[in-house]
Design a protein around this ligand. Structure first.
Ligand code: SF4
Length: 656
């Protein structure tokens, strides 16, 4: 078997097939790294240059009967981090693989907004077609079509307009929404298609969002959608195609029955009897409780008793109504689009509810009512935003108003937010949902000068400009804009915000953050020990993504990945291969001026420092209390040194 990829030049409207030996390119991430680092050398130019290839591809197990192996990985140079980034979306490869290749790379820039169609037959790629769409037409679809708007409307329009093509090829469109054209926070959006009802499958929507791949597809390549499908099937051994053979092979490799291993490993995501709920929303709230990040992470400064009281309110007002409806009454559970016993998509009144989007415009900004946050999440999704990033943007801007750095009119909101955690008043706090909705719409329309800055430049660069613009407020309050934002800086301009966990894991010097390529448990330890745990997870998560596996299946898939590759005749040391690829990502980012830099925001520093106190790491607690910045620099640079040693690179990959 070879890894097959299609390079599609949307300026020249041409395409070229490439094939790679599996010891050279084992999956979509390897292909993306190779293309960016060695072929197009995108680090040499601006990330807005058309050489910034958008690579989108399946793992080599796509087309098999393995559970959870149809994730698509997207590799691109992020307009946020300025370095190479990887994002993924579930289930999409299940239909995409029919187009005749494992992966595609979009290069060049189309003259007009374009939809790329790729059709595969038994022999491979049969045709690639380019259909232009006038900007005003695209806008009118985004404004409303088929009862939806934004990205969802575009996908519905594609289904209706190109129904013959879609019904023949079973293609599942991948689209961008307005956020991708007007901000750097745009996601790739794909909702599964119900071919019988000729409609979108409610609850199966997937987003490749972190780092903004949608913005790269739209703003760099002028592409609005990719529609790929067909009848091609990769040549896979029968062991991976015949369910009973596969079951025996996996059971032998695991030393336990395949289906019980899958059930056990995915309990959290399907249904955990301990909580009487499942899915990330269903489990994270009762699990993390007083460790949840609340009020733009201001919870890290609160006494545990107060945090416990707020957590009780969250459980009562936010989590219980979800649990009752989704696990006791309606039980609408969906998959991402591939057959999967975990069915992790839990649907509440027609909307898929996951922890992070509902945390970002939920308790992170004081909102603890599902009927309020669901409207904001739905708006974020339809506009095609990265929900985690936009959660940070909203929380940061609202707190900037709350603290007096901004006035409500600076960001186009109708009143001051209510962000006092000591109020213990769910009704009052939940009023912030309306302001969040105003902000989401304001950002996509760049309604004020401040919102325009944030939408186009991201949090880090906008914060520095705002420090100058509002210098009097900054000096009167003794507070800079970036002090309220939480991110890891990369090079001169890049940054990435963390996922919503109280952990150092997203703020340590690693080349790719904002994803689970780290240890994100609530822990604090010696930097050398912590570096080891982050290193292991970074490699393992890369391995899963590169193989196209859903990380919710990591509990069993990770253990037998090498054995699964053996089935394809690949016998390489997967961990060594992962190390090599990870080193290349570091190499790319060093060349692209995207080295991880020491934290520059007070809040980001405090996320780590307060955790040491919370967890009783007394030696570090006392070091931090004597001189927080010096001690944190020591911890952070010792981490970088240890991480570099593990990876076999120079510690200068990170900047103090
Ligand atoms: S656990 Fe969820 S995201 Fe993963 S394969 Fe199953 S349905 Fe898809």
């Amino acid at each position: 078997m070879r890894y097959r990829a299609l390079i599609i030049d949307v300026s020249a409207k041409s395409w070229e097939l490439r094939e790679y030996r599996l010891d050279e390119v084992l999956g979509p991430i390897d292909f993306g790294i190779k293309l960016h680092l060695e072929d197009v050398e995108s680090w040499k130019r601006s990330p807005y240059d058309p050489s910034n290839a958008l690579v989108l591809g399946a793992g080599v197990f796509a087309g098999s009967k393995l559970f959870g192996c149809h994730r698509v990985a997207v590799v691109f140079r992020s307009l946020e981090t300025m370095g190479l980034h990887v994002s993924t979306m579930g289930g999409v490869a299940y239909k995409f693989i029919g187009c005749g290749v494992h992966a595609i790379a979009i290069v060049g820039r189309a003259h007009k907004p374009t939809i790329v169609f790729i059709r595969g037959s038994e022999k491979g790629v049969e045709s690639v077609n380019f259909v232009n769409i006038e900007p005003h037409h695209l806008e009118s679809i985004y404004a409303g079509y088929g009862g939806r708007k934004g990205a969802y409307a575009l996908e519905k329009w594609l289904i209706d307009t190109f129904w013959d093509y879609i019904s023949e090829t079973h293609a599942r469109p991948i689209v961008v929404g307005p956020a991708a054209w007007r901000t750097i926070f745009g996601a790739l959006v794909s909702v599964d298609v119900d071919l019988t009802r000729r409609d979108l499958v409610e609850g199966s929507e997937e987003f490749a969002a972190r780092g903004g791949p949608g913005s790269v597809l739209a703003q760099v390549h002028n592409v609005a959608a990719i529609v790929a499908g067909g009848t091609w099937r990769p040549q896979l051994p029968t062991t991976l195609l015949n369910m009973s053979e596969l079951s025996k092979y996996v059971s032998d490799a695991l030393g336990k029955d395949y289906s019980s291993a899958v059930t056990e490993a995915t309990t959290k995501y399907r249904y955990d009897p301990h909580y009487g709920a499942g899915g990330t929303f269903g489990v994270n709230y009762p699990h993390y409780r007083e460790l949840l990040p609340l009020f733009n992470f201001n919870s890290i400064y609160l006494r545990k008793e107060i945090r416990k009281r707020i957590a009780d309110l969250i459980i009562e007002h936010y989590w219980k109504p979800f649990k009752e409806e989704v696990f006791e009454k309606s039980k609408v559970w969906r998959t991402c689009g591939e057959p999967c016993p975990a069915a992790c998509k839990k649907v509440w009144r027609g909307k898929k509810v996951d922890y992070e989007p509902f945390e970002g415009v939920g308790p992170l900004i004081g909102v603890m009512k599902l009927d309020k946050s669901v409207k904001v999440v739905d708006e974020i999704d339809q506009l095609g935003f990265d929900a985690i990033e936009i959660g940070h943007v909203i929380a940061w801007l609202l707190e900037s108003v709350y603290r007096g750095l901004l006035e409500p009119e600076d960001i186009g909101i109708s009143e001051r937010p209510i962000l006092d955690p000591l109020l213990l008043n769910v009704d009052l706090w939940s009023r912030n949902a309306e302001l969040a909705l105003e902000l989401v719409r304001g950002l996509v329309n760049k309604r004020t000068e401040v919102l325009k800055l944030v939408a186009e430049l991201g949090i880090r660069r906008a914060a520095k400009i705002l420090d100058d613009r509002y210098v009097a407020r900054v000096s009167a309050l003794g507070l800079r804009f970036e002090d309220l934002a939480i991110y890891l800086p990369f090079g001169s301009h890049g940054y990435m915000t963390p996922n919503f966990y109280w952990t150092p894991g997203f703020l340590v010097p690693i080349p790719i953050t904002g994803r689970y390529w780290t240890n994100y448990s609530t822990t604090f330890m010696e930097p050398e020990e912590y570096a080891k745990t982050v290193f292991v997870r970074a490699l393992k998560e890369y391995e899963l993504d590169n193989a196209g596996f859903c990380r919710f299946h990591r509990g069993w898939a990770e253990k037998i990945l090498a054995k699964l590759y053996e089935c394809l005749g690949v016998s390489i040391d997967i961990d060594e291969h992962a190390k090599e690829m990870y080193r290349k990502i570091v190499e790319y980012n060093v060349k692209a001026d995207a080295k991880p830099r020491f934290l520059e925001s007070e809040r980001a520093k405090d996320v780590i420092v307060t955790l040491a106190t919370e967890l009783g790491a007394s030696e570090w607690e006392s070091k931090f209390s004597k001189n927080r910045d010096d001690a944190l620099k020591e911890w952070w640079s010792r981490f970088a040194k240890a991480f570099a040693e593990l990876l076999g690179i120079d510690p200068s990959y990170a900047e103090l």
